[in-house]
Design a protein around this ligand. Sequence first.
Ligand code: FES
Length: 95
Amino acid sequence: MSEDDNDQVANNNATAGTTTLDPKAEERIRMLAKVVCICKGINLGRVLKGMEGCETVQDVNRKVGTGSGGCAGERCGPRIKVLLQKKKEQKQGRP
Ligand code: FES
């Protein structure tokens, strides 16, 4: 869903007098709000998108730009490691 689509959904809801959002728009907003790399301001959506084809935290760091901030990945590295593990488990069919 593009940002224009999100605006359209928000506008439609605003004119209808409701505060609900399309579930896809809500999910996108949630991912944008979750910051994985605090130093570089890189959100969850960007990390998940960039994780495709990555096997290690270093792969993700190189591709997305995480891990290059003031903490040198001490804060975001463990989060990315968990995301990679979850992705691996999903591929293997585990919950
Ligand atoms: S939080 Fe990612 S480099 Fe510090």
